[in-house]
Design a protein around this ligand. Structure first.
Ligand code: ACO
Length: 345
């Protein structure tokens, strides 16, 4: 089952020329907490070692939020930088969207907490749950709202405190995940620039490959739920790996075809930072040289919805793309969900 969002299908936006308006990303920001969890630290917690983690994942360190920190605190830090970068006052914002699987509370939305903290007084806010695809899904929604005239300026954040749902006795998952936030400011701009197209997919039949069973209505919080460790992430790593490669290649090609460009036209390819081996295989299958594939997961691990906006902000800070360059982002995560977006910077 695949909810294709291509061409005239929902999710891809109107065909070029249908509307005079697009959304352009005008500011980027990222924030990671100061506390660092190294592979050496993990060696003391579970039966693992630096060599295994490095060879199998490429990850060396991840950042972990302080106890008591809320997701919206991380959002706030990244959002301030992005707004500053864009030269946008929070009071000018129309839309605030937070992509996350680790919200402050079941409700209200983390976006509403962020709205209050940042002073986005006239905006409307909502959260979006699409696991590691959360940022690209949120970007697509903000883009569609701007194109539809439901606002001119949007703040889109991907943020996670994954350490709150990671089982630090499970060596197959605890080595992978980290905390952090990345933010983007989208502003209405003339056609021909900005977010060119977004492509969203999901397959709910494969939900069991990566999920967090507890804390919702199916397994509400209870002593039994906690005892059975249902509040933690569960993942079939090998199976997830295969789907990730297949779908990320597919949805990248979908974005290229939709816009009549080839991978040679793409200045920078930013894939979800889950595993270096996944990134390398996807890059190879797409035929893009390593120097045009962005990787920062050695420092941050898999930060789920925060992975792509953190990478984008970091790539911008490193001067890896300039105005007019094409940047292709591609995400994959629980759901299963997968998504891509092609942007002219
Ligand atoms: N240290 C040492 N050994 C380990 C560790 C560890 N940390 N973890 C697992 N092992 C062992 C296993 O027990 C197994 O041992 P066995 O052969 O004796 O049974 C062996 O290593 C191989 O295990 P695999 O699971 O086959 O290892 P694999 O090479 O597949 O790597 C990994 C595991 C890193 C999880 C990989 O499968 C992966 O990255 N999968 C994709 C994850 C992903 O993309 N997620 C995206 C979505 S995330 C989201 O949406 C929130």
């Amino acid at each position: 089952m695949s909810n294709a969002a291509n061409g005239t299908a929902p999710g891809a936006g109107p065909s070029p020329g249908d509307r005079p308006i697009r959304a352009h990303v005008t500011g980027w920001g990222r924030y990671v907490p100061s506390q660092v969890l190294t592979n050496a630290d993990l060696e003391k917690m579970v039966d693992t070692n630096d060599e295994w983690i490095t060879e199998r994942t490429g990850i060396k360190t991840r950042h972990i939020a302080e106890p008591g920190a809320a997701n919206s605190d991380l959002c706030l830090e990244a959002a301030r930088i992005a707004l500053d970068d864009a030269g946008v006052d929070p009071a000018e914002l129309d839309i605030v969207i937070v992509g996350t699987l680790t919200p402050d509370m079941p409700f209200p939305a983390t976006a509403c907490f962020l709205q209050a903290k940042i002073g986005a007084t006239r905006a409307y806010g909502m959260d979006l749950s699409a696991a590691c695809s959360g940022f690209v899904y949120s970007l697509s929604v903000a883009d569609a709202l701007i194109r539809a005239g439901r606002g001119k300026k949007a703040l889109v954040v991907g943020a996670e405190i994954l350490s709150s749902v990671v089982d630090y006795t499970d060596r197959s998952t605890c080595i992978l995940f980290g905390d952090g936030a990345g933010a983007a400011v989208l502003t209405e701009c003339p056609e021909g620039d900005g977010v060119l197209s977004c492509h969203l997919h999901s397959d709910g039949n494969l939900w069991k490959l990566i999920y967090c069973p507890g804390g919702g209505t199916l397994h509400p919080y209870s002593p039994e739920m906690v005892e059975q460790r249902l509040r933690f992430i569960r993942m079939a790593g090998n199976e997830t790996f295969k789907h990730a490669v297949l779908r990320m290649v597919e949805v990248s090609n979908e974005a290229l075809t939709r816009n009549g460009v080839t991978i040679d036209d793409v200045k920078l390819f930013i894939p979800h930072q889950a595993n270096l081996r996944i990134i390398q295989v996807v890059g190879k299958r797409l035929g893009i040289p390593e120097e045009r594939v962005f990787v920062d997961l050695e420092k941050y691990g898999n930060t789920s919805a925060a992975s792509i906006p953190i990478a984008l902000a970091e790539a911008k800070a490193q001067g890896r793309f300039a105005a007019g360059d094409l940047v292709l982002v591609v995400a994959f995560g629980g759901g299963l969900t997968w998504a891509s977006a092609l942007m002219r910077m």
